[in-house]
Design a protein around this ligand. Structure first.
Ligand SMILES: *[C@@H]1O[C@H](CO)[C@@H](O)[C@H](O)[C@H]1NC(C)=O
Ligand SMILES: *[C@@H]1O[C@H](CO)[C@@H](O)[C@H](O)[C@H]1NC(C)=O
Ligand SMILES: *[C@@H]1O[C@H](CO)[C@@H](O)[C@H](O)[C@H]1NC(C)=O
Ligand SMILES: *[C@@H]1O[C@H](CO)[C@@H](O)[C@H](O)[C@H]1NC(C)=O
Ligand SMILES: *[C@@H]1O[C@H](CO)[C@@H](O)[C@H](O)[C@H]1NC(C)=O
Ligand SMILES: *[C@@H]1O[C@H](CO)[C@@H](O)[C@H](O)[C@H]1NC(C)=O
Length: 557
C-alpha cells in the first residue's frame, strides 16, 4: 500500500529536458492516481476524491533542495489540477497548479509536476483548484524537513504526526458546484473531519496517534476546510508552537490554538501526563451553529478512557475576535533560530525597506444577474479558457485579458457594484509591496499569495490608513503565506516581488475562490532571462487559443 515513492539520488541525465529541477540535488518521485471512491468522514458514506485510494492523500515527506516529481493521473470525469500552496516555486509559476498558470489535466490523462523545494522548513498541504473539488478531497500534507546542514531550533521529536482537518460537506463537490453555478451559496458545512474521520465524546475507536510516556512529538496541523476557522487543543496538554507556515517561531506555550482556513502550523507536545487516553478537540470558530469533532490520542501504556469533560472553548463574538487577535500578535519569528531564512535577498530586515507600492484589497459579495459573486475591489475574477501565464508567454495576452482592471485604492462605489472580468495586476519585478486587506464583511476571511512568503506585519479592527504603519511589527513578524482578516478589520503584509511569474492571490475559502474572489499578480522580469525565470517545461499542455502553438523558449541566459 501507500504511494509509490522512489528515492533516487543524483540522476543527472534522466530529466535533462527539464531545466526546472536542479540536477545535483536528490529526487523524490511520486505517482498519484486520482479517482473517485467512497469514504465517510462524517459517518455518511459518500463519493470523494482519493489519491492512490486515500483521503487524506499521500504525504510528501521531503527536505529542502529536494526535487519533487509528481506524475498525476486524472481518473475523474472532470479536468483537474493540484496546487502546492506555500511551496514557493522559485522562477517557476508554470506548474503552480492554478487555472491561470496551467491548462487543467484532462480526464484520462496525466501530467508530471516537477519542482524544487527551497529552504522553507515546515508544514504545508496540497489541494485541487479546479471546480469545487477541494470540498471532496484530493488533499494531503507536505512536510519539508531541514537538510542536515541546517539545524532546527528544537530536539528531534520522537515522531512527527500530520493532522489534516477542516469543515466538511456531505453533499459532495458536484452538488455544491450545482448550487454555486445556480447562484446560491453552499451554506453551512455538516461537520468537521480530522484525518478523514470525525468523532464525538464517548465514541470507542482506534486512537488517531499514540505517544510513549516522557517523549516529545511534533504535530503538524492544517485547516483544509472550505470556510470555517478552527480552534484545537489536546486535553490536559499544552502545545509549544515551533513553526508556522515555514517559519520557526518564538516557542510559546498554548492551551489551544486558532487555525484559519488554508493555514498550517506545528507544535511540540510532551507525553508527561497520566498514561491514558486524551481527546484531541477541533471546534468551529465564529459560526452561528458550533461544530466540534474529537479524536483519541493514547499513551502507549495507556489505561483508561479520556475524560468526557472537554476544556472550555475560547470566547466567541467580539471577545473571541480579541482573543484570536491577541494570539496572532503572540506569534513571533525566532530571529536567533539558525534555520535558513525563508525569504532570500536579505529581506530579513524588512522593516528598513522603503515601500514602493501599496495595494489595498477590499473583499465584497453581491449578486450579479441574480447570482451570488464574490469580488476584490469590485471585480469578480473569471478564468479565461487560455491560462494567463501561457497567454503572456505566447504574446497573445491582449486577446485574453486586460491588465489592471482594478485600482490600488478602491472607492466605496467599487464595493457596491460587482463586475465580472479577468483580474490581473501588473506588478513590477523586485518592488517591495505592502498589501492591505480590508474586510468590511461580517465574516472572517483568509488570504493566500502563491509564489511568495510575506511578513504579516499587522492586524487591527477598523479601517486602515497610512498612520497605522506606526503600529506595524517591523521587527519579528512571521514570514508566511496566509493571513486571516477578522470581520470589520484590516491586515497588512509586506513582500519583495522577486519571484518572476504569474501568481494567484486568493481567498482561501473554496466558495469565494470559485465565485471570483481572487486575482493574479503578473511579475515579469524585464530581462526575460533564465536567471529570473525558468523556461516553459516541455510537457506543458496547451489549451485555449495557444493550443498547438510551438514552444518558443524565448529566454536567453
Ligand atoms: C487508477 O485507479 C483506477 C481505478 O481504481 C484503475 O482502474 C487504474 O488502473 C489506476 N491507474 C493507475 C495508473 O494506477
Ligand atoms: C521523512 O523524512 C525524514 C527525513 O528524511 C525521515 O527521517 C523520516 O523517516 C521520513 N518519514 C517518513 C514517514 O517517511
Ligand atoms: C504520463 O505518464 C507516463 C508514464 O509514466 C509518462 O511517461 C509521461 O511522461 C506522463 N506524461 C506527462 C505529460 O507527464
Ligand atoms: C530561538 O531559537 C533558538 C535556537 O536557535 C533557541 O535556542 C531559542 O530558545 C529560541 N527562542 C525562543 C524564544 O523560542
Ligand atoms: C527610504 O526613503 C527615505 C525617505 O524618502 C530616504 O531618505 C531613504 O534614503 C530611503 N531608503 C532607502 C534604503 O532607499
Ligand atoms: C506593466 O508595468 C510596467 C512598469 O512596471 C510597464 O513598463 C508595462 O508597460 C506594464 N505592462 C502593461 C501590459 O501594462
Amino acid at each position: 500500500m501507500g504511494s509509490m515513492t522512489l528515492v533516487a539520488a543524483l540522476f543527472l541525465c534522466l530529466f535533462a529536458g527539464a531545466l526546472v529541477v536542479q540536477a545535483e540535488d536528490p529526487y523524490l518521485f511520486f505517482e498519484w492516481n486520482v479517482t473517485y471512491g467512497t469514504i465517510a468522514p462524517l459517518g455518511v458514506p459518500q463519493q470523494a476524491i482519493l489519491i492512490n485510494g486515500e483521503f487524506p492523500g499521500p504525504k510528501i515527506n521531503c527536505s529542502s533542495n529536494n526535487n519533487i516529481v509528481v506524475n498525476v493521473f486524472n481518473n475523474l470525469d472532470e479536468p483537474f489540477l493540484l496546487t502546492w500552496a506555500g511551496i514557493q516555486q522559485r522562477k517557476n509559476s508554470w506548474q503552480d497548479g492554478t487555472p491561470g498558470t496551467m491548462c487543467p489535466i484532462q480526464p484520462g490523462t496525466n501530467y508530471t509536476y516537477r519542482f524544487q523545494i527551497k529552504d522553507q522548513i515546515g508544514s504545508y498541504f496540497y489541494y485541487p483548484t479546479t471546480a469545487m473539488h477541494r470540498a471532496s478531497g484530493g488533499i494531503g500534507g507536505i512536510r519539508v524537513n531541514s537538510r542536515l546542514l541546517i539545524p532546527v531550533p528544537f530536539d528531534e521529536p520522537a515522531d512527527d504526526y500530520t493532522v489534516i482537518m477542516g469543515d466538511w460537506y456531505n453533499k459532495g463537490h458536484k452538488a455544491l458546484k450545482k448550487l454555486v453555478d445556480s447562484g446560491r451559496s453552499i451554506g453551512r458545512p455538516d461537520g468537521i473531519q480530522i484525518n478523514g474521520k470525525s468523532g464525538k465524546v464517548g465514541d470507542q475507536g482506534e486512537p488517531l496517534f499514540t505517544m510513549e510516556p516522557g517523549k516529545t512529538y511534533r504535530y503538524r496541523f492544517c485547516n483544509v476546510g472550505m470556510k470555517t476557522s478552527l480552534n484545537f487543543k489536546l486535553q490536559g496538554h499544552t502545545m509549544k508552537l515551533v513553526e508556522l507556515e515555514g517559519s520557526h517561531t518564538v516557542q510559546n506555550l498554548y492551551d489551544s490554538l486558532d487555525l484559519h482556513v488554508g493555514q498550517c502550523l506545528s507544535v511540540l507536545v510532551t507525553a508527561k501526563k497520566e498514561a491514558k487516553e486524551y481527546y484531541f478537540v477541533a471546534s468551529s470558530r465564529f459560526t452561528k451553529k458550533p461544530m466540534t469533532s474529537v479524536a483519541i490520542i493514547s499513551y502507549t501504556n495507556g489505561k483508561g478512557p479520556a475524560s468526557p469533560e472537554l476544556p472550555a472553548p475560547p470566547p466567541e463574538n467580539s471577545q473571541g475576535i480579541a482573543w484570536s487577535l491577541n494570539q496572532f500578535r503572540s506569534f513571533r519569528w525566532n530571529l536567533t533560530a539558525s534555520a535558513a531564512r525563508p525569504n532570500p535577498q536579505g529581506s530579513y530586515h524588512y522593516g528598513k525597506i522603503n515601500i514602493t507600492r501599496t495595494i489595498k484589497i477590499v473583499n465584497s459579495r453581491n449578486n450579479v444577474n441574480d447570482k451570488l459573486r464574490y469580488a476584490i475591489n469590485g471585480v469578480s475574477h473569471v478564468d479565461p479558457n487560455t491560462p494567463l501565464k501561457l497567454a503572456e508567454y505566447f504574446g497573445v495576452a491582449e486577446k485574453v485579458f486586460k491588465y489592471d482592471t482594478i485600482v490600488d485604492e478602491p472607492t466605496a462605489e467599487s464595493e457596491k457594484m460587482i463586475t465580472l472580468a479577468t483580474n490581473v495586476v501588473n506588478a513590477t519585478f523586485r518592488n517591495f509591496v505592502e498589501i492591505i486587506f480590508e474586510n468590511h464583511e461580517k465574516t472572517i476571511q483568509t488570504w493566500h499569495l502563491d509564489g511568495y512568503s510575506f511578513f504579516a506585519v499587522g492586524i487591527e479592527p477598523g479601517k486602515w490608513n497610512p498612520d497605522k504603519r506606526n503600529n506595524y511589527n517591523l521587527l519579528d513578524a512571521v514570514s508566511r503565506h496566509t493571513i486571516q482578516v477578522y470581520p470589520n478589520s484590516w491586515a497588512a503584509i509586506m513582500t519583495t516581488l522577486d519571484n518572476a511569474g504569474m501568481w494567484n492571490l486568493r481567498s482561501e475559502m473554496g466558495e469565494r475562490f470559485y465565485l471570483g474572489q481572487q486575482l493574479y499578480v503578473s511579475v515579469l522580469s524585464p530581462a526575460r532571462s533564465l536567471r529570473d525565470e525558468y523556461n516553459i517545461p516541455d510537457n506543458t499542455p496547451l489549451c485555449g487559443i495557444v493550443k498547438g502553438m510551438p514552444l518558443l523558449h524565448p529566454y536567453t541566459i
